[in-house]
Ligand binder design. Structure first.
Ligand code: NAP
Length: 310
């Protein structure tokens, strides 16, 4: 029995996400041919050494020729440029999707270039690590994780179902919502936490009264957990901030107000307010573990989630 879902898949961008998809396609036998394309000769060479595809090219236009599924996995700020390059070469009936962390901006950048004869279905797998590049990917990254589609009104139902089947075969659960809603949800669950982490690690780095060696030595007391997020790819996160600006600014404003409330409670010794909040937040952690989005291990499930972690 064959598992083939697409005759030819083109992967544009072969970093953490693109290469994880490539590994799953290969392991599960989901395509007869995988064409890999990336911007730099060095990354393309590495992808070839890792055997991530069947054909390799620096030209995204060449890669998409004859492809039934095109997956764009580049920083969100580059999606418009990629769309304009591939558009004239897309096969009629092809499904074009992406994995970008912001959706309204990706749609605004890509949709105007998409020809009538293709199915453009924006997507976002809620899975990843702080690593980047083709070596960082691994099979099974998307297993048990959500993948959110933000299809445009009137999108072809059969094409959505086909792409849904693909992600479900990778082990994901698929949800659909509109792009603006996606951007708000992700602003609070992902983008704001990353901004806070970048900020806290930056603050520690700027302190004059505490030495760097002390910060590292005693990091297990909480700081360490922020450093993982703050080690995420600078290009990707610069683009996320610039391309989910409105939702992120709204969440930052809410966050600042809530922080001021905490500041006040600490200043005036209002222990009951602190205790009430800390009790409420503890319950959220429990719900996340119960929902299977993390495991209740002392390392916060990191080893269980990423087999490549030491
Ligand atoms: P990555 O590991 O840094 O890989 C990025 C890929 O995009 C590489 O192939 C790179 O090519 C290419 N690229 C970079 N800049 C480009 C440009 N200006 N034009 C064309 N290609 C370019 O990134 P990633 O983590 O896989 O992220 C890819 C996408 O997935 C992003 O949109 C991100 O928002 C989204 N995403 C990431 C995560 C995560 O946790 N990392 C999770 C979900 C979704 P070269 O190496 O050849 O330069």
């Amino acid at each position: 029995m064959t598992n083939v879902q697409f005759e030819r898949i083109a992967l544009i961008g072969i970093g953490l996400i693109g290469s994880s998809i490539a590994r799953d396609i290969k392991e599960l036998g989901l395509a007869n041919e995988v064409v890999v394309s990336t911007r730099s000769p060095a990354t393309l060479k590495r992808a070839e050494e890792l055997g991530l595809g069947d054909r390799y090219t620096l030209s995204a236009a060449e890669a998409v020729e004859g492809a039934d599924l095109v997956v764009v996995s580049v920083p969100v700020g580059a999606s418009g440029e990629v769309a304009s390059e591939i558009a004239p070469h897309l096969k009629a009936g092809a499904i074009v999707t992406d994995v970008g962390s912001t959706k309204a901006s990706v749609i605004a950048q890509m949709q105007p270039h998409m020809p009538e004869h293709v199915h453009f279905i924006p997507g976002h797998p809620i899975a990843g690590t702080e690593k980047s590049g083709p070596d960082a990917g691994f099979p099974g990254l998307f297993r048990g994780r959500w993948c959110i589609f933000t299809p445009l009104p009137g999108a072809d139902k059969a094409a959505i179902a086909k792409l849904r089947h693909f992600w479900e075969t990778l082990g994901s659960n698929v949800d659909e919502m509109d792009a603006e809603h996606h951007d708000k949800v992700l602003a609070i669950v992902s983008h704001l936490p990353h901004i806070i982490a970048y900020n806290i690690v930056g603050t520690a780095d700027d302190l004059e009264t505490v030495t760097e060696s002390e910060v590292i030595k005693y990091s297990a007391s909480g700081f360490r957990d922020f450093t993982r997020l703050a080690a995420s790819d600078p290009t990707m996160w610069r683009d996320v901030c610039l391309h989910n600006k409105d939702a992120l600014l709204e969440m930052l404003a809410r966050f600042s107000e809530d922080l001021a409330y905490l500041q006040r409670a600490i200043r005036w010794g209002e222990g009951d307010k602190l205790f009430e909040l800390f009790t409420r937040t503890r319950a959220i952690r429990r719900s996340i573990v119960e929902a299977g989005q993390d495991v209740d291990a002392p390392d916060f499930g990191r080893h269980a989630l990423d087999p490549k972690r030491p």
